[in-house]
Design a protein around this ligand. Structure first.
Ligand code: NDP
Length: 496
């Protein structure tokens, strides 16, 4: 007997016996984590169903799309725009390398936007095929948990169908939050920013996190006037303070108007654009105002309370080390758990969930030495501990090695922008605890450094590695002298 039934207003019934479940696994949310978990579970022989909201570049409670935030309105389209924005300064630099770029150079936003949309539609199709080819059954609609083994899917036409599963996986991700200030309806989030009809000429960005600095760089590279307002002394709270200062300096040098210790109090629509009032009483005029003020887990409409799945005060689903919620048959991965909100981490959590539940190999996600990248221009990338974190945790001395240099390309182009690299080393064990870089190609370089740190590399092993010449990356293996030693027990001033 199938447990699937139309449930016109009535609850679906608890599945009685394991063999009566429609699926071994039903996943709610087909973003990076959900798709990975589904495919890998299916490869272990599980019968898998997955539901996802209909496709739309701008998300809401009722639209989303297979591929999720990263593919449709996050990492992928953002990186396409970062590439697009990088050509402007590159064209300027090209002149010094002998390229005649004398004619007026135009940037066609609509053309790039169309290319970006084509690409995310293509990727949406690829993700669907990946699921189909893995034997995963897809359903379009909103999933809601109605029992420890039951998911009700509401389709576009309002029809509700209930599916039973031995295990349920919540992988619904997160969505942008906006501050509650007068005129907030005139602001946009990163969803809309990736799909604007017109390229704004003047932009105000609120926030000092990843999204804020990335979009500030994108719009700045495309020629807009950008005002970046953030409430700390420096952007990117949580990153190494020295590297935060490098990013701030670079953004400013590239022409972004930095407004530290600044919040917004009101947005007013006027004939000349949106009037933005800051808490210093300053007035800025903008064509677009981006709220990049964080994201919240998508957990509200899942009926979690009723079935006993606990969430924290931010709405993040509480899970154990194996991603199991407070209900044994229900699991959660990715941003909805608010552990480490990065696509590759959701992929790891999805793979390890499949190993644990269907692969016969219980595996805890490992959050050590996860590398990060912030795609501002030039980018920042880090792995391991910041100087502040290392000093906080250290039992002995911490050694800091830094290198600040003019990249070879800049010696010809004349661009005044230093690349900065940093290694944080345990004075006793000589282990490299953390590495940071702000400069061109930092994320490409840091991926390799992350492997070394994950393997427990020491400073001596870095030193004995032969460099690639001429490259910026070789600086990581040629930092000979200690920039500073922080003695055990010292405290650094953090969280500027
Ligand atoms: P972040 O959490 O990184 O930053 C939020 C920023 O908004 C902080 O500067 C915070 O200030 C500020 N803020 C929060 N609330 C308010 C408020 N009420 N008024 C004024 N400022 C406020 O969030 P993002 O939105 O930038 O990104 C969300 C997540 O998405 C990131 O944490 C990251 O995990 C992920 N992401 C990853 C990317 C990547 O890997 N390259 C790219 C984009 C996103 P304060 O520091 O003072 O709290």
């Amino acid at each position: 007997m199938s447990r699937k039934m139309l449930i016109d207003g009535e609850q679906c019934h608890q599945a009685e016996a394991e063999e009566h479940y429609d699926f071994d696994l039903f996943v709610i949310g087909a973003g990076s984590g959900g798709v990975r978990a589904s495919r890998f579970s299916a490869s272990h022989g599980a019968k898998v169903g997955i539901c996802e909201l209909p496709f739309d570049p701008i998300s809401s409670e009722v639209v989303g799309g297979i591929g999720g935030t990263c593919v449709i309105r996050g990492c992928v389209p953002k990186k396409i725009l970062v590439y697009g924005a990088s050509f402007g300064p590159e064209l300027q630099d090209a002149r010094s390398f002998g390229w005649d770029v004398n004619e007026k150079v135009d940037f066609d936003w609509k053309k790039l936007l169309q290319k970006k949309t084509d690409e995310i539609v293509r990727l949406n199709g690829i993700y669907k095929r990946l699921l189909t080819n893995s034997g995963v059954k897809m359903y379009e609609g909103e999933g809601k948990i109605v029992g420890p083994h039951e998911v009700e899917v509401t389709q576009l036409d309002g029809t509700k169908i209930c599916y039973s599963a031995k295990h349920i996986l919540i992988a619904t991700g997160s969505r942008a939050v906006i501050p509650d200030i007068p005129g907030k309806e005139f602001g946009i989030t990163s969803d809309e920013a990736l799909s604007l009809e017109e390229l704004p000429k003047r932009v105000v960005v609120l926030g000092g996190g990843y999204i804020a600095v990335e979009f500030a760089s994108i719009w700045n590279g495309m020629g807009a006037k950008v005002d970046l307002c953030f409430r700390r002394e420096l952007p990117l709270r949580g990153f190494d303070d020295e590297m935060r200062a490098v990013v701030a300096r670079n953004l400013e040098a590239r022409g972004i108007n930095m407004h530290p210790r600044t919040n917004l109090t009101e947005l007013i629509k006027t004939e000349n654009g949106i009037k933005v009032i800051t808490d210093h009483g300053e007035e800025l005029l903008a064509d677009a105002v981006l709220f990049a003020t964080g994201r919240a887990p998508n957990s509200k409409r899942l009926n979690l309370n009723a079935v006993g799945v606990e969430v924290d005060k931010h709405g993040a689903v509480k899970v154990d080390e194996y991603s199991r919620t407070t209900v044994p048959s229900i699991w959660a991965i990715g941003d909805v758990t608010n552990r480490m909100n990065l696509t590759p981490v959701a992929l790891m959590e999805g793979s390890y969930f499949a190993n644990t539940v269907f692969g016969g190999e219980p595996t805890k996600p490992d959050y050590n030495f996860v590398p990060y990248a912030v795609f501002c221009i030039p980018p920042l990338s880090v792995v391991g501990q910041s100087e502040e974190e290392a000093v906080e945790k250290a039992k002995g001395d911490i050694l800091v090695y830094t290198s600040s240099f003019n990249p070879m390309k800049n010696t010809i182009s004349g661009r005044q922008e230093k690349t900065v690299m940093k290694l944080v080393v345990d004075g006793d064990t000589q282990k490299v605890l953390g590495a940071s870089m702000c400069g061109p190609d930092a994320p490409e370089i840091m991926q390799g450094i992350a492997v070394a740190l994950k393997c427990g590399a020491t400073k001596k092993q870095f030193d004995s590695t032969v460099g690639i010449h001429p490259s910026a990356a070789e600086e990581f293996v040629t930092m000979r002298s200690i920039t500073r030693r922080i003695e055990a027990g010292s405290k650094l001033k953090t969280n500027l």
